[in-house]
Design a protein around this ligand. Structure first.
Ligand code: SAM
Length: 230
């Protein structure tokens, strides 16, 4: 069993998981279904009419909802297997797919006025979170909007949580349908940790920017400082 956090390891894991991935959205759990609807409503209204970069779009599950109100979307992911599924869907706005590594997004500064990254943040090693957000914000025009959602820790769901000596990060042990076993980096955050992290890159960020449910959290905020040119 390999501990995965690098782009290559995560890509391999998600490529193997692609066909079964969307089962996570169809669990018989009314709290989860309610909160997924809250996320859907919030992201389609707050990113309405925008030119959106989606990071780690996966099978296009959120891309579809987003496309109902977006102006256009560049939907990216590191896994061609995940993108192959996303490409089979129908979308409500002009949209392009691209293979891209979230840690080195190959786009020009100030190319977008919104960004979406759902269920990706928890896979970023804590030491790389600041760099990821700074890079993402550089791709955005001033006054852009960012929406990021992810899981809260729910005991018994999605495999056992593992702590590895000497690591700041936590991991989940996962078994795929093909029987393969994987140790996946998966970090969970409290509300105050989210506020601290996002405030370090967006000074105006505060509690009102956070939704913290029983299954999921999301943050929705403006990048109000003009992005630096690089
Ligand atoms: C939990 S899935 C989320 C997919 C989709 N955003 C959603 O919410 O349904 C995580 C996604 O991150 C992608 N991924 C993993 N490492 C990546 C990286 N370094 N850069 C970009 N995407 C990556 C995987 O291929 C997978 O599609």
């Amino acid at each position: 069993m390999v501990a995965y956090w690098t782009s290559v390891g995560m890509r391999e894991y998600y490529s193997r998981r692609a066909e079964e991935y969307e089962e996570v959205y169809h669990r018989d759990d009314s709290a989860a279904q309610r909160e997924l609807q809250t996320i859907r409503h919030s992201l389609t209204t707050t990113l309405q009419g925008r030119r959106i970069l989606e990071v780690a779009c996966g099978t296009g599950y959120w891309t579809r909802s987003l496309s109902e109100s977006a102006k256009w979307i560049l939907a990216t992911d590191v896994s061609s297997e995940m993108l192959a599924i996303a490409r089979t869907k129908e979308y409500g706005c002009p949209l392009t797919f691209a293979i891209a590594d979230a840690y080195s997004l190959p786009f020009k500064s100030r190319s977008f006025d919104a960004a979406l990254a759902n269920f990706w943040f928890s896979h970023i090693p804590r030491s790389l979170v600041h760099g990821f957000l700074s890079q993402l914000h550089r791709l955005l025009l001033p006054h852009s909007r960012v929406f990021i959602a992810d899981n809260n820790f729910v005991p018994g769901l999605g495999g056992d949580l593992k702590v590895i000596d000497g690591s700041d990060d936590t991991f989940k042990s996962r078994i795929l349908r093909d029987g393969s076993q994987h140790l996946i980096l998966k970090n969970y955050y409290t509300t105050s940790q989210l506020v601290e992290i996002f405030r370090s890159v967006v000074p105006s960020f505060g509690l009102p920017n956070v939704f913290y449910g029983s299954r999921y959290w999301y943050v929705s905020y403006h990048v109000d400082e003009p992005a630096e040119h690089h």
